[in-house]
Each structure stands twice: as C-alpha cells, then as structure tokens.
Design a protein around this ligand. Structure first.
Ligand SMILES: Cc1ncc(COP(=O)(O)O)c(C=O)c1O
Length: 423
C-alpha cells in the first residue's frame, strides 16, 4: 500500500524506539562508555554476568517473597529466546495453559513444543480483560496434561493489569493442582492510572514459578536482545528443579547471551535520572490511554476497556457485528483493488478484513485481534505515538472508521464465528 502512495501510520508494533521515543543522553553515555571497554566484547558466563544477576536478585529480595540468589537467574537473547527455551524444554506431554487472547510468541512456542494447538483460558473483555477464573479452574481440573499456567501481567495485547486478588486466585489454582506458574512481567514497571498490582514473586508463596523480565520495553532497548528469567522455589519440586536444570544446560551449550546490555542494566537502573524518565513515559501512556478510552467508549458495536499498563489498547467487536460485505470508501482505485484482492483470500478473518480497509482508507495500521490466539474479533493498537495532537486525530479517525465500517451494510449477513478447538 505504501508503494501505491498510501501514507501508513504504524500503530501495530510494540517498539517505543521505532515510534520515536528518545533515548536520554545519560543512557547513551553509559552505553558508549561500556562500548569503549574491551571486556564488553567478550563472552560472559552462561547464566549471565554475575554482578548483574546479583544486582537483580537483591532487587527481587526486597519484596518479601521467596528469596533468590544469582544462581536463580538466567539471561537470554531477549525474552523471545527465553520463551522458546522455557517451553522447548518442557516434557512434550506437559502443557502450559495460556491466556486468550495472548502474545502469540508464548502460545505458538507452547503449542509447538506439544506438536498441537494451544490450551487456553479466556480473558473477558466485559470484565476489564481479567481472566475468567472459573473457566481457568475448570480447564485445569479437567485436563491432567496441564502442568503450568501462563500469566502476562501487565498484559499484551489487552493492557490489563491484574489486581493482587486475581493473581492470588491464579496461584491458589496452581497450588491446588500442583502446577507451576510462568509469569511474563516484561511490562512490570509500566503501570499507571493509579492501578496496583504486585510482582509474581511477592505473591507466589511456595508455588514453583518462573518470572520473565527484560529491557526491551522499559529502557526501552528492544535491539539489545536481552531478557532474563528468575526462578522461584526451584527446590520445592524435584520435577520442576530438573526442568529448570535442562533450560540452564541448553544455555551452557549455546555459551551465553549478549554481554554489553547485561553490563549496562545496573548502571542504567541505578542512574538518578532513571525513575524520572520512566515516570515521564508512564504519565504519557496514562494520558493517551485516557484519550483512547474516552474517544472509543462512545462507539457503538465495540467493547473498549481502559488500559492500565503496558502500552496497548485492545478493542473487541461485539459478537456478530462484522460481515464480509462491510467496507470503507477508498478514493484511489488501485488501493481499493489491492484491498479487495487481499480481503478475498480464503479464510479471511473478519477483523483482518477490517484492518485492510482501515489501512487502505485511513492509512492506519493496527493488528487484528484474531491473530492473538483468540476467537474474539477486534484489533490492537499502541499508545506509543509521541505527538498528542496526532494521537487525538488518530483516535477520531479510528472511531469514525469503525462506525462507518459497521454501518456500511444495513443488513449484512453475519458470519459464523470461528470455533477454537484447542482443548
Ligand atoms: C508480553 C511480551 N513478552 C515478551 C516480549 C518480547 O520481548 P523481547 O524483546 O525481550 O524478546 C514482548 C514483545 O512485544 C511482549 O509483549
């Protein structure tokens, strides 16, 4: 579409730097000083630099949960790498139940390890995108293959932040059915709107668990390819201890992960400018989440929740509101033809069709919700735009595009909803 002259506003990718986030000069100075030290160019220990793991363990140990040491931390080349290893070394028949919708790197890696489809529990758009805990409990209870529960908090794609009560209930389910927890906490310090949550380690008690953390979103430095896992209560269960050992052994074979970003972590997190920098970003996401919510909550036919963490908003279409006759007017004939061709692909999801029309007609690129391992229809966009004026305009465009698209067929035949057969 760009080649046909459409100016595309990319609201689809969770990379703050690509969306214009400026890296403060004190952070660049720390990194450039490290780049002048020869030791930044060497391998580091397989689990990661000892001083950085000690620093991170000490930070974790202030929250009153199970104490960890540097030995309980393993670095990876980004969380993408950690996710592949964590599921890849699980016994094929042991399953981790994932939220739906979810960040598909998790659900795809988990499904790939088992050679089948993801097992999932629903997040409820009618209840702030919190997990349906009764469903989770039932799906765990009646599926003996489930060995672990994945929690993404704050969540991608929904922007939900789970209250402590919800986390405790998930942990209680894990305890009752002898499961471990995987918590993706990459957005843990991007929480706003006065929302309160807790890290997994503060509420996990005696349940074995793995927390995944990283610097892609928070510093933000996604190009560093640097993330880590923290393992809690590894000695409380011999099966879990063996599983963790196999993940560590895999890292040994690989030698190690990126050295320079690991060196930078304590220096950046302890810098006097760090908190103010992060706080400024949080305040911007908070303001933009408010603008998005206030604009889209008035739109008929969709469910919009206020985002309280991370930097995404997910909007769900109400059931049966989409059909394959709906469209948006596209001025350019070539672009219109291209959109029609794309939308004619077999098995086209209705929300993906909406997204193609949105790009063609309004130059706005978002992600169809159906691509996040869910049978819900909708889309996700980011709060990463730097200009408030441009963001307000984008939200207005989005609101009018949804209205126009839904109204474009008076009596469109509703589509059969895709059935997920993952259990
Ligand atoms: C929930 C979640 N986990 C992990 C990642 C990937 O992080 P990394 O850049 O460390 O691979 C992302 C990236 O969008 C994410 O949203």
């Amino acid at each position: 579409m760009k080649a046909l002259g459409v100016e595309v506003n990319l609201e689809n990718i969770g990379d703050p730097v690509a969306k214009g986030e400026r890296i403060p000069s004190w952070m660049k100075e720390i990194i450039s000083r490290l780049a002048m030290e020869d030791c930044s160019y060497s391998y580091c220990p397989s689990k990661g630099l000892l001083e950085t793991r000690e620093f991170l363990a000490a930070r974790n140990n202030t929250n009153g949960g199970p104490r960890i040491s540097a030995d309980d931390i393993v670095f990876f080349n980004g969380l993408g790498d950690a996710i592949a290893k964590v599921y890849g070394f699980l016994r094929t028949t042991a399953r981790v139940i994932c939220p739906s919708p979810t960040y598909t790197t998790h659900s795809s890696a988990e499904a790939a390890h088992a050679g089948t489809r993801p097992i999932w529990y629903p997040l409820d758009p009618q209840n702030k995108w919190y997990p349906d805990l009764e469903e989770l409990r039932n799906r765990v209870k009646y599926n003996p293959a489930v060995s672990g529960i994945l929690v993404v908090n704050p969540d991608n794609p929904t922007g939900a932040v789970y209250p402590v009560r919800v986390l405790k209930e998930i942990i209680a389910i894990a305890e009752e059915f002898d499961l471990f927890i995987v918590a993706d906490e990459i957005y843990r310090n991007i929480v706003y709107n006065g929302h309160e949550t807790m890290p997994l380690s503060a509420v996990i008690g005696d349940v074995p668990g793995i927390s995944m953390k990283g610097i892609s979103k928070e510093l933000p430095w996604p190009g560093s390819r640097c993330g880590w896992i923290e393992v809690y209560n590894s000695q409380k269960d011999p099966h879990f201890a063996k599983y963790v050992e196999s993940i560590v052994n895999a890292k040994m074979v690989e030698v190690c992960s990126t050295t320079l970003p690991q060196k930078a972590i304590p220096r950046i997190l302890e810098h006097p400018g760090y908190e103010a920098f992060l706080d400024g970003r949080r305040r911007r996401y908070e303001r933009f989440s408010e603008i998005a919510y206030n604009t889209l909550k008035k739109v008929d036919g969709v469910i919009t929740n206020r985002t309280n963490g991370a930097f995404y908003v997910t909007v769900a279409f109400e059931k049966d509101r989409l059909n394959h006759q709906q469209r948006l007017p596209i001025g350019d004939k070539g672009v219109e033809r291209l959109v029609e061709e794309l939308c004619a692909a077999p098995g086209m999801e209705p929300d993906k069709r909406f997204v193609y029309y949105l790009i063609g007609a309004a130059g706005l690129c978002v992600v169809p919700l159906s691509s996040f391992n869910t049978d819900l229809q909708g889309f996700r966009f980011t709060l990463l735009e730097q200009s408030e004026l441009k963001f307000r305009k984008t939200m207005e465009t989005l609101a009018t595009s949804i209205e126009e698209y839904l109204e474009s067929t008076a009596a469109g035949s509703s589509l059969p909803r895709r059935v997920m057969t993952t259990q």
